[in-house]
Ligand binder design. Structure first.
Ligand code: MN
Length: 329
């Protein structure tokens, strides 16, 4: 059985491992929340810990460069863990399929995540800390603040960037995210404006912006139990397309992409208002995986699925599930 853990269980768990190395593992999409959590947690644990993973997105790469935080890239073809590995801590990871690599079976595992659904299960005896914070970076912040007062500037910047991006700039879970930022500001010399510049980068080239705009303009509108759901096909930047559709007025959005390996990836977003009224896209994506195979899950307002199914059938399934949840039956 997976063991439910609390934040105070992490230190004793680390001590129980002896002196071997600890891999702090980010999820395969490598967003800012997972990279921020992994690098800061590894630095907090000390020299025996290494932040590692397969991928980091553009924002995370800019923030790694800005802060100089250490991150060990895994080779896609031959992912390897540190030698003399005693334990793995997976951060911001809803289920094993989100790790993207084969996990060594006999190594103790601790998972730190925030409120997500997943269609797959962690191995026996995994310690699972699942919090209702808006980002995993906030859980890492709480862990550090229990220990000592001041937070080094590089840590504060990584955690701040994770909170900003995972809440869609404070559109989701505003209250607890704002509280965490206040404690970051109280305990470090963080300068938010300066970090926001790095998060934004130099903007996208015009050909990419044109592709996004044409995906948005090809969307279709569906009515599901009183909710307006927008669907679109995306060549790339699906999360940006899905987010744009919700900020333009959809209660939920579904964006599909055909991958080179023949699989389909589906990205979904929901508005704060529809989450409040009971919509849970993470649970819907998990049930898609149960019904049609593949892997799916995520948060109430941001979720995904990947697998090999007929696109029309998958969309019809999702629209029907949204309708069921919207009607509350
Ligand atoms: Mn997250």
């Amino acid at each position: 059985m997976v063991q439910n853990a609390r934040i105070d269980d992490l230190k004793p768990w680390i001590s129980s491992l002896g002196d071997g190395a600890i891999a702090v593992l980010s999820h395969k999409n490598g967003d800012m929340d997972t990279i921020g959590s992994a690098t800061v947690l590894a630095a907090w644990i000390g020299s025996r810990a290494r932040a590692t993973g397969l991928h980091a997105d553009k924002v995370s790469k800019r923030m790694l460069q800005r802060t100089g935080m250490e991150f060990r890239w895994m080779d896609h073809r031959h992912p390897t863990f540190p030698r003399a590995l005693a334990g793995i801590i997976a951060v911001d990871t809803g289920g094993p399929s989100q790790v993207g690599i084969e996990m060594p079976g006999d190594i103790p595992m601790f998972v730190i995540d925030h409120h997500a659904s997943s269609s797959d299960q962690w191995p026996e005896d995994t310690m699972l800390l699942s919090s209702d914070a808006s980002s995993t970076c906030q859980i890492i912040l709480e862990l550090i603040l229990r220990d000592s007062g001041r937070i080094p500037l590089e840590w504060a910047e990584m955690l701040y960037a994770g909170i900003v991006t995972d809440t869609g700039r404070f559109k989701h879970g505003s209250e607890n995210a704002h509280r965490s930022v206040v404690s970051l500001l109280d305990n470090s010399t963080l300068n938010p404006e300066d970090v926001l510049q790095t998060i934004d980068g130099d903007g996208m080239p015009s050909d990419q912006r044109k592709r996004i705009l044409s995906s948005v303009s090809s969307m279709e509108i569906h009515h599901c139990g009183g909710m307006i759901v927008a669907t679109a096909k995306g060549g790339s930047h699906e999360s940006r397309i899905a987010t744009s559709l919700v900020s333009s007025g959809a209660d939920a959005s579904i964006v599909t992409k055909h991958l080179e390996d023949g699989n389909i990836r589906i990205t979904a977003r929901a508005s704060w208002r529809s989450i409040e009224s009971g919509l849970d896209m993470g649970a819907i994506m998990s049930s898609l995986a149960i019904a049609k195979g593949g892997h799916g899950g995520g948060h109430k307002g941001a979720a995904g699925w990947m697998g090999n199914a007929n696109q029309g059938e998958a969309i019809a399934f999702l629209l029907a599930e949204i309708g069921v949840q919207a009607r509350g039956d």
